[in-house]
Each structure stands twice: as structure tokens, then as C-alpha cells.
Design a protein. Structure first.
Length: 188
């Protein structure tokens, strides 16, 4: 990192710096130290598994929930998650109401994520947080008519897995779980 970039350090980052780190882990810590979080996109080059993106470091550096979104392109997710991270840092309660200007001209919602999903999907955030549970929010996006997945008339082309503790398990959720979870831990 060049001298003009101020590093942000926490007790957890100092603790991790004492370990022998892989090149990936070193890069992750460098990014969190510089920007207070990193956005990681998980994409399947064969497009057999749905993509998702999430933040790493927000809970530790800003004491706010990590954020995940499923089904957006890496570029759209990166921009939306960084914008949401800045809103959280500014004290905006994302769990209240709908928010605009994160993805095009539609509103988005932020809903709490069930810890079973964070443990399976947000592996780098789990590592960063020392395998401890941490709060996470899912950025849920609507269709182009601003209808959300549970609303009548929602365009299924915009469907996405819903990772909330009380969300009814739909086929898209089961398929998403099966695509990302080892066989011994799948739902039956």
C-alpha cells in the first residue's frame, strides 16, 4: 500500500496479522484496512450455480451488519453493496423501509439473514470474524415494476433466493442451498 493511503486497524486485524496468511488472506486484510470492508463476488464461470456477493469487514470495522445479495452481476452488486455500506456507516437504518439509488431506478429492501446462510455462503466473512456469528442483511431487489418476490405480479426473471430465518423455502431457495452446500448438510 502506498504511503498516502491511511490504514484502518482493529484488534481483529492485528490478531490476524500475527498469523501466517495466504496471498488471498493478505489481500483481503489490505483491502479491509484501506476501505473498512471488501466486497467479494462468487461467480460460477459455467453459470451452473447462482452468483452472490457480500461484504467482509463491516461488522468489525464499523460495527454494522455485513451485507449479501444474490443474483446481481458482480459490478452491480459491488456498487450497491459499497453504497449500502456507506449508508450504514452514516447511521442509516437500512432495515426500515425501502431505499432507492442503489440499483437503477428501483427501490431495494434489506432483510436480516439467517445464520445458517452466513455460515454456508459468506465463508471469507466467517474466517475474518473468527468463526463467530455476525449479523448480516440481504439486499433484496424488485423487478422493473418495483414489485418484490412475495408480491403479486412479480416478474420471476428477477427472482432471487431469500435468506431470512422466516422465509418459506421455495424451489429457488432449495436449489441455491443445494448448489452451495456439501451433500451431507443439505435439506431433505
Amino acid at each position: 500500500m502506498s504511503d498516502h493511503k491511511k490504514k484502518y486497524e482493529t484488534e481483529r486485524i492485528r490478531e490476524l496479522r500475527l498469523r501466517e496468511l495466504s496471498k488471498y488472506e493478505e489481500g483481503l486484510l489490505n483491502t479491509v484496512e484501506e476501505f473498512r470492508c471488501m466486497v467479494l463476488s462468487v461467480q460460477d464461470p459455467n453459470e451452473n450455480r447462482p452468483s452472490f456477493s457480500y461484504t467482509i469487514g463491516l461488522n468489525n470495522t464499523r460495527q454494522v451488519p455485513e451485507i449479501i445479495t444474490c443474483g446481481l452481476s458482480a459490478n452491480a452488486a459491488h456498487a450497491a453493496l459499497n453504497h449500502a455500506a456507506n449508508l450504514l456507516a452514516a447511521g442509516v437504518n437500512l432495515t426500515t423501509g425501502r431505499h432507492i439509488d442503489l440499483i437503477g431506478n428501483v427501490e431495494v429492501e434489506f432483510r436480516p439473514v439467517d445464520p445458517k446462510w452466513t455460515k454456508i455462503l459468506m465463508l471469507s466473512a466467517v474466517w475474518f470474524n473468527g468463526n463467530s456469528e455476525f449479523p448480516a442483511l440481504q439486499l433484496i431487489f424488485p423487478d422493473l415494476e418495483n414489485r418484490f418476490p412475495e408480491e403479486e405480479g412479480f416478474n420471476a426473471d428477477f427472482d432471487q433466493p431469500l435468506l431470512q430465518p422466516d422465509a418459506k423455502m421455495r424451489q429457488i431457495d432449495k436449489d441455491f442451498w443445494s448448489a452451495h452446500v456439501p451433500k451431507k448438510r443439505r435439506f431433505h
